[in-house]
Write a protein that binds this ligand. Sequence first.
Ligand SMILES: Cc1cc2nc3c(=O)[nH]c(=O)nc-3n(C[C@H](O)[C@H](O)[C@H](O)COP(=O)(O)OP(=O)(O)OC[C@H]3O[C@@H](n4cnc5c(N)ncnc54)[C@H](O)[C@@H]3O)c2cc1C
Length: 473
Amino acid sequence: MAAFLGALKKLSICLILWLNTLPFLQGGSDYYEFKYPFIKRASSFWASSSSFSSSNTDEASYDYIIVGGGTAGCPLAATLSQNFSVLVLERGGVPFSNVNVSFLSNFHIALADTSPTSASQPFVSTDGVINARARVLGGGTCINAGFYTRANSGFIRRVGWDERLVNESYPWVEKQIIHQPKLAQWQGAFKDSLLDVGVSPYNGFTYDHIHGTKVGGTLFDRFGRRHTAAELLASANPKMLTVLVYATVQKVLFDQTGRRPMAMGVIFKDENGNQHQAFLTNNRRSEVILSCGAIGTPQMLMLSGIGPKAELNKLNISMVLRNEFVGKGMADNPMNSVFVPTNRPVEQSLIQTVGITKMGVYIESSSGFGQSQDSIRCHHGILSAEIGQLSTIPPKQRTPEAIQVSFWKRLPGLFPRGTSTWSTPTSMTTLQLPSTTSTTHMICSDALTGSAWLPRLYNQNISQTSQGVTNQL
Ligand SMILES: Cc1cc2nc3c(=O)[nH]c(=O)nc-3n(C[C@H](O)[C@H](O)[C@H](O)COP(=O)(O)OP(=O)(O)OC[C@H]3O[C@@H](n4cnc5c(N)ncnc54)[C@H](O)[C@@H]3O)c2cc1C
């Protein structure tokens, strides 16, 4: 009886703890408002703007204005707020109460959600490359596959960063949001296959970027819950930080009276479409920092009048500074996926094991993000077998509408006789250095949609290694 009562007591304690942590696991709004009191909707800007007003202006002013609260923007804001007043403007909402963001099991659902409020904004480049970019506080860390590794030290040296400072920064991030993965069965088999095809040695679990096969860090904890860059804001000085969500920056404002244009503030729209202005303090070290992502950043420069003359003229944007390099040299790491259909469910896993080859090809794998005949409703964008290599649409005709039509037509063929589930382990090869680059062009001057990207990167045969690994599996 005593043992029974003891067990009952333990069970009640567990239940109470579980009920208390449920809102945390689900990212309930109470939780985030308590933990991040400085995150507000953009429409509240006037009400909250008095906190950082400088003496010589009625407008709110800040030492730093960060445009884009993504993977780079959030840690930057947390760090700068220790000593300076900081405003972060993010066009998306918060990730905390978004189940598509919070759970590994919904990785593909987030990419499939094409609604205007989705954390993932799908797009197809003008030459037919299907892709997605983040539209949420925390940026790419809210929609990506969560794999974490430290940078290639050769890269740090090449770009001229302070190696000591970079190395000191890693643990700050790792302690807060990075986890050692519990190796999924599929990832274990994948590790053995990589070693079988000669991607060696096996380096075990490490954050370091070294040749061979290794297990790296992940944003997902052991409950499959995603931790994003937005959580790094918990380290900020709350008194010095304002983060506005649903704040779409339209342009950077410049003082053009001096010898060179100086950024002095930004114009942004709130969730109701109302326009606001925020300004820098009258301090020579104040800056507007653009961290809107690889596409959003050149787009923002051009919207603000900095870019190639012809590009700005085309859209009647008055030129602040001519710079022919803006938008140039755009490159992505081309990825080639091999899909392995199974008619048995396979445990879901995102990237844990990777092969880092000396020839600059990276190999990674995910599993279990398939579909059943009952559940299949739409394609899953970037990582979707339904529209990827199996696609029959010529690249130049791959509009979102055309993809959806083709998807429905080909649906019966996705489930060959006797297959009711399409669980997909996937093996992907990614090129470290693409051999070609391209240009980001503006197709209209709308900050919400206005950029097009023209990469022509698919001229290398990178499928061989992926196929080799898949054969081993
Ligand atoms: C499907 C997918 C899987 C990936 N998997 C991995 C992985 O496993 N590991 C890995 O290391 N990398 C991965 N990546 C890449 C990685 O996520 C990105 O390289 C990284 O997030 C880019 O960070 P960023 O700060 O440059 O941009 P982002 O994180 O995209 O941040 C830019 C932010 O700016 C905001 N913004 C843009 N324009 C405006 C505007 N006008 N006004 C206000 N805000 C604006 C956006 O909403 C966004 O939040 C993946 C990417 C994708 C798409």
